[in-house]
Design a protein around this ligand. Sequence first.
Ligand SMILES: O=C(O)CCC(=O)C(=O)O
Ligand SMILES: [Fe+2]
Length: 352
Amino acid sequence: MNLPKVDSPFFQQIFNQLSLDHETQKLVKQFAEQGYIIIDDLGIENIAETTDKIVKDLTPIYGHKGKVESAWIYHDRIQDAWTFNQDAKKIATAPQIINLLKILYQREPIPFQTLNFRFGTQQSTHSDSIHFSSVPARFMCGVWVALEDIDANNGPLHYYPGSHKLPIFDLNDLGITGSYQNKPYDTYPIYEEFLQSLIEQNGLEKVELYIKKGQALIWAANLLHGGSLVLDKNRTRYSQVTHYYFSDCMYYIPLLSDPFLHRIHLKEVRNIITGEIVNHVYNGETVSVHPEKYEIERLKYQLLQFQEELEKLRPIVRESQDELSVLKPQLQTVEAELEKLRTQLYNSQAEF
Ligand SMILES: O=C(O)CCC(=O)C(=O)O
Ligand SMILES: [Fe+2]
């Protein structure tokens, strides 16, 4: 079946054949049933040294905006710090995580993006499947590593155990067309509100992640999660998230896609382990894709939108021009009057 093994209806038989040790069996079962597991040991020696060093090295960078190497800095969030920070890369490629992901998904894990935060994100509850999806679906997961101790006050991550078993909701399930629009986030609040109702309707229980520096959470692609409120505004919440895909899939961004309008925003995926761009594969066959093609499509679409805007503005401009042509002769009369008065003033001054 084109499903991660942990999500397979034949899950029990598949994992019974793998002769895993008892501890791993427990983790696999929990991941299958709950959609997450907490890891105490990433398999990195002197983990505290590594986490402290990341915090120390990234601290001067936070607060800026712009590009460093291939990384993007947006004030409190650094995307792809792994491209210039070896310790961030070490976390993203931690052996214990990679081994576990291999077991859970029975495919090669591909870490493809890191996000480093210094404060709680307060991000609303979502499924990562709306941001990063794959065909077949669900071959994606997130790993959240605490770079300092986390508690209720510094904006912990929250999640809804078992919610990964819900269907994957795409924009078109909510009557929204995914597109290359300028601001895909214009429609995002509809998605967020829908998830809130869904959580209430299903009586899902929210759990906050209180973990210590160096511990990690692995969550499945469709597990609902977000950032809780930062109760103590003086506290930092240093953390690193790595998002992973798995080999032999097509990778795309649903918020920018609508397959039924011939729009699929395929994603260029760079494997943090190898530094190489990953092949897109459909049912075992490599598909050659050119992500720049999709960028061009996006720009074309934007251009169309600007043209539409321009068309809307044109009558307004015309109206203003008409008004201007009425005002112009009036202005000329006023100016002529003014000139007359000025001459009179000059003459009377001379007379005086
Ligand atoms: O760290 C957080 O508060 C949220 C992060 C998140 O949702 C993600 O990276 O997928
Ligand atoms: Fe997320």
